[in-house]
Design a protein around this ligand. Structure first.
Ligand code: SF4
Length: 306
């Protein structure tokens, strides 16, 4: 499981533009109409933090937060309001400009949640559909890795395109000292059908996902897995963590999100897992209910969560 506690953080979506075109983008159909959180909402969060010190950290996110023109002053204000940690969620391309990275560091961003789509230049640039994205991101990670107070977290969306790359992806980041946590998010399409044919079969993903997770743990990272059947993870079931920090986002997002139709499982009623999302509607439409693969967890998790 992860080394960051979701309850310690509040997350705000503040920017809905992006300059990558990841094939797996889960919000590409909503970016045009979702509204970022307003300055008033941001002020209210800062006021709450100043008065009550409710959270340890704030997460500034959106499609690509580094495109937000006010990012640096927002970070400075968050620090001044008493946030111990300021995290940005980013594709990492702009971190390769050291002058920009220095501004983020000086303003007080100490946690960098970076999306790593592939294991090398060819695969990452193919999946993000922008040439040079991998080299810029890797340059940014290498630069941030020099700073002892920085935490790097990576996030990889697991699709038909990326799942065979997972073990090599972990290896490609093995040199990073400050990489604290790796997250693997099994793809969900935000619709009832897998229109882009990106959902992989869970049985095909399993050996790559568990192999990658074990390698990451051997490298000293925490690992979080999202949206994978808990019962298939065996002795790694404790890595499944579908919780998230409190998220402030346009309510219209949830209409789209709910189209996923999670919790499709023949055994949902008898299964005692409190984390598993089962399968989603697009998965069962494509591959069926996997009744011979999944099995109910009884009496709690296979491995107690620490
Ligand atoms: S039986 Fe279903 S709900 Fe239970 S862990 Fe397996 S997939 Fe998840």
């Amino acid at each position: 499981m992860g080394c960051f506690h979701h309850d310690d953080y509040i997350s705000l979506t503040l920017e809905f533009r992006c300059n990558l075109k990841c094939v797996h983008c889960m919000i590409e159909g909503t970016m045009d109409y979702l509204q970022p959180q307003t300055g008033e909402v941001f002020d209210e969060v800062l006021q709450e933090q100043s008065q009550n010190g409710r959270w340890k950290g704030i997460i500034l996110t959106g499609s690509e937060i580094t495109l937000h023109k006010e990012l640096i002053p927002m970070v400075q204000r968050a620090r001044a309001a008493g946030f111990e940690h300021v995290r940005i969620q980013t594709h990492g391309m702009h971190l390769g400009q050291t002058s920009f990275a220095d501004k983020l560091l000086e303003a007080g961003v100490d946690e960098y949640f970076v999306s790593v789509a592939g294991s090398d230049r060819e695969s990452h640039d193919r999946i993000t559909e922008v040439d040079g994205a991998f080299e810029k991101m890797m340059a940014g990670l290498a630069y941030l890795d020099r700073f002892d107070h920085v935490s790097i977290i990576t996030n990889t969306v697991v699709t038909k395109l990326s799942y065979p790359l997972l073990p090599d992806l972990v290896k490609s980041l093995s040199h990073l000292r400050q990489l604290k946590q790796m997250e693997f998010w099994n793809y969900w399409p935000m619709t009832e059908m897998d229109d882009k044919d990106l959902i992989p079969r869970a049985a095909d993903v399993l050996p790559y996902l568990t192999g990658a997770a074990k390698s990451a743990i051997a490298d000293g990272r925490s690992v979080e897995i999202k949206n994978f059947p808990e019962c298939m993870l065996g002795d790694l079931s404790h890595l499944l963590d579908n919780d998230q920090p409190q998220l402030l986002i346009d309510p219209a997002f949830w209409d789209q999100f709910n189209r996923n139709g999670f919790h499709q499982c023949l055994y949902r009623e008898e299964c005692t897992s409190d984390q598993c999302l089962g399968l989603n509607e697009a998965y069962t439409a494509k591959y069926g209910w996997e009744k011979n693969l999944v099995h109910p967890v009884r009496g709690g998790r296979l491995i107690a969560r620490s």
